[in-house]
Write a protein that binds this ligand. Structure first.
Ligand code: COA
Length: 254
């Protein structure tokens, strides 16, 4: 079965991460599928709302580290950047249901969703510094805006996981639920939105987001250039190598 499942029903397109054996980490091929699915959902008249979901035990472990090490995204049209641009510009409502770990892009993609529902086992983290990298997906802009600077600095400089209740307090999450209920609740909310006038949903989202749309794209571009460069540098090579070899990274020389 595919690592990304896309299913449209009753106006709701649901994108499911389906690579449980690798904790739903995302390869370049999966990013290509995600980019295509989001791009298509934006214009497909049968889609009124988009939902991202994972498994009750894990949302996504972020980028597949081996894949990133072997084939780092080389140009602005790499699937990962295409996916980010498509979601950042997605005009219709987007909802996420998050249970278990949501690492790296598993968390940063949530800043581009309109509603986020979390299982009480959700653990969000943005460990870019710990991987010798820098933030992506405009998180260096959107996390400080949402969390306030000091909480953002803790999340982005320390890179440690924070749980669903803390995410609720920062405003990242709308509601915390038992993990067995999170996906179902997100679907029910999506159905409610899908029954509303689409033109009003789109215009309301556009008006809420328009002040920042250009800034978000510009920040993503600047982050992407740094991220792409840093992926090839010694700190990231050491961090990724250590993950693959199941040892602690040694940053004493970088
Ligand atoms: N890329 C590639 N493989 C990954 C992965 C990733 N991001 N995350 C997990 N895996 C693999 C593990 O290597 C392991 O493989 P193995 O069975 O061959 O040993 C398997 O998936 C299960 O992961 P494991 O770490 O044993 O699960 P866990 O429940 O103990 O922990 C996580 C789950 C998500 C907390 C942990 O896997 C993790 O921290 N992953 C890395 C996250 C990360 O740094 N992502 C990059 C962000 S840019």
């Amino acid at each position: 079965m595919s690592d990304i499942l896309v299913h449209t029903e009753a106006g709701v397109a649901t994108i499911s991460f389906n690579r449980l054996e690798r904790k739903n980490s995302i390869t370049s091929a999966m990013y290509a599928t995600l980019a295509d699915a989001v791009t298509q959902a934006a214009t497909d008249a049968a889609v009124r709302v988009l939902v991202f979901q994972g498994h009750e035990t894990v949302f996504s472990a972020g980028n597949d580290i081996g894949d990133f090490l072997n084939t780092p995204p080389a140009d602005p049209d790499a699937p990962v950047w295409r996916f980010m641009r498509a979601l950042a510009a997605f005009p219709k409502p987007a909802i996420a249901a998050v249970c278990g770990p949501a690492v790296g892009i598993g968390t940063t993609l949530l800043f581009h969703c309109d509603l986020v529902y979390a299982g009480d086992n959700a653990a969000f983290s943005m460990p870019f510094v710990n991987l010798g990298l820098c933030p992506e997906f405009a998180s260096s802009l959107m996390v400080p805006q949402m969390f306030g600077y000091h909480r953002a600095a803790e999340a982005l400089l320390m890179g440690e996981p924070f749980m669903a209740e803390a995410a609720l307090e920062t405003g990242l999450v709308n509601r915390v639920l038992p993990p067995t209920e999170a996906n179902g609740y997100a679907q029910a909310q999506a159905r409610k939105l899908a029954a509303k006038p689409l033109s009003s949903l789109i215009e309301t989202k556009r008006l809420m987001k328009k002040g920042q749309a250009a800034q978000i794209m510009a920040q993503m571009g600047e982050e992407g250039a740094s991220f792409g460069r840093m992926l090839r540098e010694p700190a990231a090579r050491e961090a990724f190598g250590a993950f693959m070899e199941k040892r602690k990274p040694d940053f004493s020389k970088v």
